[in-house]
Design a protein around this ligand. Sequence first.
Ligand code: NAD
Length: 310
Amino acid sequence: MSEASRSDSVRGGGRATGGRKIGFVGLGIMGGPMAGHLVKAGHEVTGFDLSEASLEKLKAAGGATAGSAAEAVRDKDIVITMLPQDEHVEAVFADVLEHAAEGTLYIDFSTITPKTSRWTATEGAKKGLKVLDAPVSGGEAGAVNAVLSIMVGGSQADFDAALPIFETVGKVVALVGPNGAGQVVKAANQLVVGGTYALVAEAILLMEGLGADAEAGLDVLAGGLAGSRILELKRKSMLERSFAPGFRIDLHHKDMGIILNAARDADVSIPMGALTAQLIAAARAMGHGSLDHSALLLVAEALSGKGSKA
Ligand code: NAD
């Protein structure tokens, strides 16, 4: 992509007005608040989720609910999914293919494999759907505060059509290439996030183990070259060993699989990524799959023979 078209495709800030009919499937930690922002922006949002509690939250936020994914996606201008993994997207996308109207804009915010995203684009095009993969970064706080970073794969025209939606739930939005490219950039994001958590965990143990004031130490780290959004947002909860998700270890394990496969496809060696993948796999094996990914600290503790304080 040229510099000119890249800068045309990277937008920040801004909030747009609503008025579109939106079907939203997957109202969990991320999808719930995102759907709520779309309601607030004046869109007519009909949501569906397997969890009754999630449906109730959307109703409380002023949205409508459907009894099935098929019902949620029928006769909409825009269909959105925010689901855990490939298999969930594949299942719901089958309903989108069957029931969404021709010309519907389909935006998948889920983190899945580039291959499945490309498949939705190819199959969608056969039915006259406009398809974008648009995985996000920023965590639960980013979803709640509508400041997500959104990496989008698809055509410029579809990106432009979706921009008001992106600007309602996100802050930094970039078209990063054709269908599937959003997922590739998200894989790179998860590589950095996982590795950073692993190193922050080790830094905490190092400081605690040698009697330094880890809280004051992390404050200093957060303000220097080692600073990161992870240190900014998570240093307090990590020190307190508070690991409520957030972003579940199980989901990051899924993402590490996507990353390792992407590296194979690209003929690229990612030893740090491979190590991070093993630490996350260890967290799952230790029974921490439902905890936040900052629970990599528990793995670091176990490797050092320290008891779990979770
Ligand atoms: P979640 O588990 O909280 O939410 C997923 C929701 O999808 C659940 O409410 C579930 O009931 C629903 N669901 C599953 N199958 C369904 C189906 N067939 N029909 C309808 N609903 C169905 O997960 P989340 O944390 O919101 O993550 C969603 C996606 O966003 C994942 O791909 C994740 O990797 C990605 N993501 C999450 C975060 C985060 O911090 N949580 C950050 C960035 C990206």
